[in-house]
Write a protein that binds this ligand. Sequence first.
Ligand code: PRX
Length: 635
Amino acid sequence: MSYYKIENLEQYFKHYNKSIREPRKFWGKIAEEHFVWYQNWEKVVDFNMAEADVKWFVDGKLNIVKNCIDRHLAKRGTKTAILFEPNNPDEEAQHISYNELHSRVCKMANIYKDLGVKKGDRVCIYMPMIPELAVATLACARIGAIHSVVFAGFSSAALAARINDAGCKLVVTSDGGFRGNKTINLKEIVDEALKSNDTVERVIVAKRTHTSVNMTDGRDIWLDDLWADASDNHVAEIMDSEDPLFILYTSGSTGKPKGMVHTTAGYMVYTAYTFKNIFNYEENDIFWCTADLGWITGHSYILYGPLLNGATTVMFEGIPTFPDPSRFWQVIEKHKITQFYTAPTAIRSLAKESLDYVQKFPLSSLKVIGSVGEPINEEAWHWFNDHVGGKRCPLVDTWWQTETGGIMISPIAFVTPTKPTYATLPLPGIQPVLMDEKRNEIDGNQVVGSLCIKFPWPAIARTIWGDHERYKKTYFSTFPGKYFTGDGALRDEVGYYRITGRVDDVVIVSGHNLGTAPIEDAINEHPAVAESAIVGFPHDIKGNALYGFVILKEEGMTRNHDNLRNEINQVVASQIGPIAKLDKIQFVSGLPKTRSGKIMRRILRKIAENNDADFGDITTLLNPEVVDEIKKGKL
Ligand code: PRX
C-alpha cells in the first residue's frame, strides 16, 4: 500500500494515525517510493527537541533538482514545466518544457561553477518573477550552493542586511523589473546594498527591462554574455540529506531578520507530498500560485512542490490589478488553470471591485482554490468560494510558516469537508497541540490556546543561519520540548483548527510578516524621533495595518507633523521596504511602560483597535496618566 495519496476521509484518518504511531515507516515508505536517491538513508529521523536538533533521512544522498527535473525527462520531457505569464498581457506567455528547463538549469549551474561558486557557498538572488529567477534558484540547488532569494520589493538596506548576514559570494539580479505600470530599478538597489559589503565577488545581471544600468568592472557581468558559451551538460551534485538547501529570511519579533535554514531531503519529501494531496494534483493540471518566489510560498508551491510532482507551474510577473482588476480571472481563463492558490489580502482587494470583473469569466477549468498567509475572514472566504470557486471547488485554507517549510494544517481537497475560516485538520505527520498560559497542554475540544507542534516533521527549518541559540530560544524554549509557532488557535467541537493570529510582536500586513522591533528601530533613526512603538490594527483590505506611537525629541516638536509623518515613512521604506509603511502615526509625549521599562503594547493595541473598554490591569504602569492622553489623541 502506498501512503503518497489520500483518497478519502477515512483514509486520511488511517494515514494520519499511521504517521503518528510509526512516523519512520510512514515517511520512509513515501521517501523510498517517490524520489530518486544516490544512496539510501540510515535512519528516517533523529531528533532532540530540547536542543532544537532535527535530522531526517540521516546519511541519505540525493539531489533535489534531479528529483525536480532529470527524472521526469523520459516521460515528461516535452511537457511544460514553467508557464510564464508576463506583467504585460500583450507580451506572449512562455511555455518552458522540462527538457528546456533542464538545459537552462544545467547552463546556469556551469556558469556558477565557472565563476568559482562551490557547494555550500551562499548565492543571493534578487530578481523579478521571470523564468531566470527559477533557473537561478534551481541551479544553486543543482551544484549544492545555498540560495537566499530576497523578495525584490525589499529596500537596499534590507537587501544588504540579508547579503551580509549570509556572507553571499554571488548576487544574481536583473537590470530591472516590471510591476503593473511601474518599472523598478533592481540593479541600482543591488549597487547601493553592496556599498557596505565585502563578501560578494560577482554580480550576474539578467536583462528584463533593458534600462541602462551601471556595470562595475571586474564585478558585474551580463547573464547574456555568459549564456552564449555555457555548456548544458551538467551532473547534479551529490548532496547529503541534511545539507542546507536554502536560507530564507523572515521577520522576528525582535532584532534582525532570521535566516531560516531549510535542508534538502526532508523539505523535498514534505513539499512534494503536501502539494500532491492538498491541491489534489493530477497529471494534466495547470497549477497557479500567485505568490512571489521571494517568499516561502513561492519556494515550496511555485517551485519545488510542483516540479517534484512533474507538474506545470505558473510564474506570474504582474499584479492582480494591472491592467485592470480582472487580470487574475483572465489568466485563469487563458491558461485553463486548475488550481489557484492566493492570499486573503488579494481576495479582499478584488472583492471590493465590481463583480462584473470576475463574473465575465466562467472559470470552469478550476477545481481547487486555496488561501495562504493570514487568517481569511468570513466575508473574503465566501466571496472567494462563491465567485471564484463557483461553490464547487474546495477552498483549502492552508496554515503554515516560513519555518515549517510546507503546509501544516489544511483541508485536503475532495477529502476534508471545509468550514469557513478554518484551516481544519493537520496533515499526516503533524501533531498540533494547544498550550495554556501555565504551559500545559490543553486536552479536548472547544478550546483556545497557543499553537505548538510536538513532534518534528520532515520540512521543519533546522536552524537560524549563524545563530542556533536564537533558533532554540525563539521556537523551543517558550514551551520546552515543543515547537512554538507564535500563533494562537482554537479547536472546535470536531477537532478542526482555526488560526486566530499572532500572539507575539509580529504583525501580518497584506500577508507579509512584519516584526514590530525592526520597524521601530528604523523609525528611531529619524533625527527628530526619541522613541516609538508599533502595533497592528484591523484593516479592511490588508488584514492589519501598522499604527505607530512616536515620541519626538525637542527639535521635532515644532515641525509640521504631516511632513514628519512622511519623512518617518520614508525612513521605514528605505530601511525595510514600502510594505512596512505605517498607516497612522500619532505623536505622543510618553508610552505606557511597566516599572521594568517594558512598553505595554496590549494597551496601545487596544487604543489602535478602538477598543478601550477594558485595558485590563494597568496598575503596574509607571506612567498611567499617559494612557488618557494617548486615547484623546487617537487618529
Ligand atoms: O500567523 C500565521 C500566518 O502567517 C504566519 C507565517 O508567515 P510567513 O512565515 O510569512 O509564511 C506565510 C506563508 C506560509 C503564520 O504564523 N498564516 C499563514 N497562513 C495562514 C496564517 N494565518 C491564518 N491562516 C492561514 N491560512
